[in-house]
Design a protein. Structure first.
Length: 140
């Protein structure tokens, strides 16, 4: 039996995933991180993007809007404002949000703050990358 580590993925609204997995992969602000059982304790900020867990040799994918990743030797906790299974990400809504953010960035008279528009664009792009990666994984 493979060694496992317990993972909790939690949003502001609810717990999205809780269980033992073989590995966790996430998009931290410092870059992609991979966590295996008995990993050194770590606390890092997550950027909008994917969190993937390896469960019985298969990857399950989740989208997080950013947040924090806490690693202890036997438990990993992902805390995010928004978290959802990759299957639940709405591609049409993400495309619309991307277009709105791009429009706001190009419109000098926009009431939307530039940093806020950049943040919304980054979040929409992360959702679309998650969908794209999920589709590529399904084809293999």
């Amino acid at each position: 039996m493979a060694m496992t580590i317990h993972v909790d993925i939690v949003s502001a609204e609810k717990e999205i995933f809780s269980g033992s997995v073989e590995a966790v992969f996430a998009s931290a602000v410092m870059g992609e991180v991979g966590i295996y059982p008995r990993h050194t304790p770590m606390l890092t900020q997550l950027k909008p993007g994917e969190v993937r867990v390896l469960l019985n040799g298969k990857e399950e994918q989740f989208y997080v809007s950013g947040g924090m990743l806490e690693v202890q030797p036997h438990i990993v906790t992902v805390l995010a404002d928004t978290a959802m299974r990759a299957d639940d990400v709405d591609e049409a809504a993400a495309l619309a949000a991307k277009e709105d953010a791009e429009q706001a960035l190009s419109d000098n008279d926009a009431k939307l703050d530039y940093a806020e528009a950049q943040s919304k664009l980054a979040e929409a792009m992360a959702q679309l990358r998650t969908i794209d990666r999920m589709r590529k994984g399904a084809n293999h």
